[in-house]
Design a binder for this molecule. Structure first.
Ligand code: SF4
Length: 928
């Protein structure tokens, strides 16, 4: 018997821990954590250790499949075909679309880690209709933070728990940055740090918090604004930090009715631009008592007051406007909205402010700021935050997240020890430079898209709309409806394509997203749309391609199924061009290498894209002689450069012909081997003087420009006040030349594009009679499972095989419900029958359940009467896609309002709605 240990990177969730896969005679026997890996240092979780059951799952798709001629979509009746036939079919279809109207092809992907490749494919194809899952996950978290501080949580940055003294988690799921965060919290608590969890539910991290602060879902913005009001009222903000590193001291034009009202004042003749570099915006200097360009030598801005420029224009510092704004958000006001007592809000605000002010850290690290000032130390205000989907997945989430980013900035914690730290390639410019094309003329037959499918608008001119202001993208991304939809709106694709609004598609390719089940709101209706035909008898979405490793609920609706590999069977990269694994002290990226050969005829989706791109002769994948440029995916990763000779590729380690360079260098033919020999990870540690204050760190910025992490070296000033939002508002008010929103959207844009954060009740709450639906209903992922993938995993199913609706006993008793009763949960959109379980660990106005455990009968090759199908349920059946965040289009998953009633004794003890069982697809069950 031969034993072997191979290292690679886990993908049982998105944390990307290093793992060791132990094999005997070429078969995987068990998986443990890799002690040499910087992310998890040997720690492995239940999911990671259960990877073997993903590999050998009976639900694995192992052959390409075509819907059996005459079979209805959704019936799950397929016949196997060869890869040659599948590629021929796709090539023929896609070539025709590309040669006529490329936007009729749409590619949307789930929680993959290869968006740099999928995005490149879509762009080269020439379609604007591309996005990943961010629009229904946490785009508010990305956009709200990046439009404010130039970075965000998760892969992009996080809490520095090594030095923090106070750690506030608000709206965090248990799976984001799972092992690394657990390791860090454990050490933080051992060092005596205090953990506060603000969350409607006390599970996971909140369960080990020193203080649990229950909050009503969707009211986080009210809490954060009240804390900010208190911090300002008590003078607990870091004045020096705010003055120098944010736009709090920048003067804002306050001339009522002026064309530039609400924009930042600038030196005469200076153009409106997103950067204050070289400084052209103005401070009111305390020493000379006059307006001066920001960061003028020796100047120091007033943060409060009102002034007149030489030409008589009235102006106020942005901080003054912020203080005026939050004055209305008293703790007493917030108590009525959040359910958190005013005294608690005050106490927490004081604690944050006092810890930040009185427990300062000084690290003996010299650095130079963007304006040339030399600093002998790096200062830290040790209050750290972590936030995620609990804040984001609301139709008011963008402004809640902005409020959080502003609070963190006022406390002086951005990219400082003990606070929030960026991870490369962040910080980015505010907003980042990447832009989409701006009109339908960008879509041309047989031509790549002249811009990215996803970008960062800074003004109405950057929207992707036609001359009438109508959307160009199928999901209406970057339109006046959702101007800053920087991750797209995957949740709108099927509905829009079904309605033909703004147009119909020909082919929709879905990778790794269970859109017919747990990844769709209003699931029953979405399934109907997928199966619906037009008056001519053609499916409204004519051709559906699904690429997945498993027979999910979605595969039943496919016309063509492409069997993907698992993470143990393929090459993969976690790239700086995409979603790297960077650490606070420098960029890091990682790879996966195959530890076993692909199962059956499975093919990595990466290989599918390379093959299709080569067959379609997409320019970036085609050699000068017209032949294919890349042999396969590993070859593509080795040789692809962002521009010819740029030296920048997907991987930053071991570049240069012999692997002697890093970050930038010629392609290295042995790069995969070098990663494999180094635990599949490359970590570039920055010198200490480049590790902090990176928004304004001259040395870091120069380095980042050299290695092309940043395009420009200008400082990234924190936007307490968002001029970007004000530009949209002025356009909506008809006071800005250029693009105007359609009349029907003017009021909406003018309301929600407020340059300062504000609180409004989530749109669903506004549209719901509170007396009829008194409870908030939310989901969260269990620590032991990641999306639908794992709720069919033979080992993990033993932890959760069905779910309950967790109800506070007080709320349950008020509704006449006993523990374990069958109940009906109803929203104004739909209803579900499920079992109730009492829990004191939920605030009384909220009910909740685990996400994606309920399954359709027969899906994932589980028995039709498996607990997941009989007892498990989804809240999705009761959620509408109507109410997305009006700024970003983020799906408002957590805005759901419901009522609960006891099910009748004569009703079946099984979940409702019920679905027809689908048969096992050919090729599944290979390991049963
Ligand atoms: S935390 Fe995620 S990546 Fe890490 S071992 Fe667990 S499942 Fe794998």
């Amino acid at each position: 018997m031969s034993s072997e240990v191979k290292t690679t990177t886990c993908y049982m969730c998105a944390c990307r821990c290093g793992i060791r896969v132990h094999l005997e005679d070429g078969k995987v026997r068990y998986i443990d954590g890799n002690p040499e890996h910087p992310i998890n240092k040997g720690v492995i979780c239940a999911k990671g250790a259960s990877g073997i059951m993903k590999l050998v799952s009976p639900a694995r798709l192992t052959r390409p499949l075509r819907r059996r001629p005459g079979a209805e979509r959704g019936a799950g009746e397929f016949e196997p075909i060869s890869w040659g036939e599948a590629f021929d079919m796709l090539e023929q279809r896609l070539a025709k679309i590309r040669a006529t109207d490329p936007k009729k092809f749409a590619l949307f992907t789930g929680r993959d880690q290869m968006q740099a490749l999928t995005g490149l494919f879509a762009r080269q194809f020439g379609t604007p209709n591309y996005a990943a899952h961010g629009g229904f996950c946490s785009v508010n978290m990305a956009a709200g933070m990046i439009y404010t501080i130039g970075g965000s949580f998760w892969e992009f940055g996080g809490p520095d728990l090594e030095r923090a003294r106070l750690f506030v988690m608000i709206g965090t799921a248990e799976d984001h940055h799972s092992n690394p965060l657990k390791i860090a919290i454990s050490a933080f608590k051992r060092r005596g740090g205090r953990l506060i969890a603000v969350n409607p539910v006390r599970t996971g991290y909140a369960a080990i918090a020193d203080e649990w602060v229950p909050i009503r879902p969707g009211t986080d913005g009210a809490f954060l604004l009240a804390v900010t009001a208190e911090i300002i009222a008590q003078g607990l903000y870091d004045r020096d930090f705010v003055a120098r590193y944010t736009n709090g001291g920048h003067l804002v034009v306050c001339q009522p009715g002026a064309a530039n009202e609400g924009l930042l004042a600038r030196t005469p003749g200076a153009p409106e631009s997103d950067t204050d570099w070289p400084p052209v915006q103005l401070w009111w200097d305390r020493h000379s008592n006059r307006a001066v360009p920001t960061h003028s030598e020796g100047a120091d801005p007033y943060l409060f007051g009102e002034y007149r420029l030489e030409d008589g224009t009235p102006v106020k510092p942005a901080f003054q406007l912020l203080a005026e704004r939050v004055k209305r958000y008293t703790p007493e006001w917030a108590e009525g909205i959040t359910g958190i007592p005013a005294a608690t809000i005050r106490r927490l605000a004081h604690e944050m402010g006092v810890v930040a002010r009185d427990q300062k850290i000084e690290l003996p690290i010299a650095w130079t700021d963007s304006w040339g000032a030399e600093h002998q130390t790096v200062t830290g205000n040790p209050v750290a935050f972590h936030a995620m989907r609990g804040l984001a997945a609301h139709s008011n989430g963008f402004h809640s997240v902005r409020a959080l980013a502003i609070l963190m900035s006022l406390l002086g914690t951005i990219d400082r020890p003990g606070g929030f730290r960026h991870r490369a390639p962040f910080p980015r410019a505010i907003p980042p430079a990447a832009k989409t094309p701006t009109g339908p003329e960008a879509i041309r037959p047989d031509t790549p898209l002249p811009g990215l499918a996803l970008g960062w608008p800074a003004a109405p001119e950057h929207l992707f709309v036609d001359a009438d202001g109508k959307p160009v993208r199928i999901d209406k991304g970057f339109s006046w409806e959702y101007p800053l939809s920087v991750h797209g709106l995957m949740h709108n694709v099927i509905g829009n394509a079904w309605r033909g609004d703004p147009y119909r598609l020909d082919t929709l390719m879905i990778f790794m997203a269970n859109m017919a089940w747990n990844s769709s709101m209003n699931t029953v209706e979405v399934r109907r749309m997928l199966n619906d035909r037009d008056a001519g008898g053609e499916y409204r979405i004519p051709f559906l391609v699904v690429c997945d490793a498993f027979q999910s609920e979605m595969t039943a609706f496919a016309d063509l199924v492409l069997p993907d590999t698992t993470y143990l069977e393929r090459h993969d990269v976690m790239s700086l061009l995409d979603r790297p694994i960077s650490e606070f002290d420098g960029p890091a990226d990682a790879v996966r290498v195959p530890v076993v050969p692909p199962t059956g005829e499975c093919k990595p989706f990466q290989e599918v894209l390379i093959e299709l791109a080569s067959r379609l002769k997409l320019p970036a994948f085609t050699a000068a002689d017209g032949g294919r440029k890349y042999r396969d995916y590993p070859d593509f990763i080795l040789r692809y450069e962002t521009e010819p000779g740029s030296g920048i590729g997907f991987l930053s380690g071991w570049r240069g012909r012999g692997g002697e360079k890093s970050m930038r260098g010629e392609p290295n033919p042995r790069q995969w081997e070098m990663y494999a020999a180094n635990n599949c990870v490359y970590h570039h540690r920055l010198p200490p003087s480049y590790q902090y204050m990176r928004n304004w760190n001259r040395g870091y910025m120069e380095w980042a420009q050299r290695v092309r992490i940043r395009r420009y070296g200008d400082p990234v000033i924190i936007h307490l006040y968002s001029e970007v939002l004000q530009r949209f508002r002025l356009a909506a008010q008809g006071r800005r030349a250029g693009r105007q929103p359609p009349e029907a959207l003017r009021a909406r844009v003018a309301t929600y594009f407020d340059p300062l954060p504000f609180y409004y009740a989530p749109l669903e709450v506004q549209a719901t009679a509170a007396g009829n639906y008194p409870l908030a209903a939310i989901t969260q992922r269990p620590m032991a499972m990641y999306h639908a993938w794992d709720s069919q995993n033979a080992w993990l199913r033993q932890i959760h095989a069905h779910n309950y609706l967790f109800v506070n006993p007080a709320a349950a008793r008020a509704a006449g419900i006993a523990d374990d009763d069958w109940i009906w949960v109803e929203s104004q959109w739909g209803k579900v029958r499920c079992m109730a379980r009492f829990s004191e660990a939920v605030e009384p106005g909220t009910v909740w359940t685990w996400n994606a455990i309920g399954k359709a009968p027969g899906a994932w090759t589980l028995a039709a009467d498996a607990n997941e199908a009989r007892l498990g349920f989804l809240l999705n059946h009761m959620i509408t896609e109507e109410f997305s965040d009006p700024v970003t289009g983020q799906a408002g998953w957590y805005d759901l309002r419901v009522r609960i009633t006891r099910a009748g004794d004569d009703e079946p003890k099984r979940t409702w709605p019920e679905f027809e069982a689908v048969p096992a697809a050919p090729g599944t069950g290979a390991f049963a």
